[in-house]
Design a protein around this ligand. Structure first.
Ligand SMILES: [Fe+2]
Length: 138
């Protein structure tokens, strides 16, 4: 597992949302670097707190734009977002015990979730919104 280098293939084509995705990937990388430097335990709590508000705001932003443009798979997309929100909540409950192992486990989960979500789920609305002239919506 290594730091995620941002690639063009991760772009949904919607500039404002791509910028938010870059920030999300930066958090995954921050966690990776902390674990590598044996500071995972120290940084995990911070990252979870940040993710708790960030994912909700980012997801609401995506969902608002999908709704505005009547993207047909909005409901399914919302359900998938809820999975990450639930996972973050669940982990926050466990993190009080603060173990390095938990940080590693979460990094593995988050890394796969974020990349898989952008590539397979977010890119669908990207193509849809972009085809309707939404590239620079915010
Ligand atoms: Fe999404």
């Amino acid at each position: 597992m290594a730091v995620i280098a941002w690639k063009k293939i991760y772009e949904t084509g919607i500039v404002a949302l791509d910028n938010e995705h870059r920030a999300l990937v930066a958090e995954v990388n921050r966690l990776y670097e902390a674990i590598r430097d044996k500071r995972g335990e120290e940084v995990l709590g911070d990252i979870l707190t940040m993710l708790e508000s960030y994912t909700v705001e980012h997801f609401q932003h995506e969902e608002k734009l999908m709704a505005e443009y009547q993207f047909p798979e909005l409901e399914e997309h919302q359900r998938i977002h809820q999975e990450l929100i639930d996972a973050v909540q669940e982990l926050k409950k466990r993190v009080t015990s603060g173990r390095e192992e938990l940080a590693r486990e979460f990094l593995k989960f988050l890394r796969v979730w974020v990349l898989e979500h952008i590539l397979n789920v977010d890119k669908k609305y990207g193509a849809f919104l972009e085809s309707r002239g939404g590239r620079f919506i915010s």
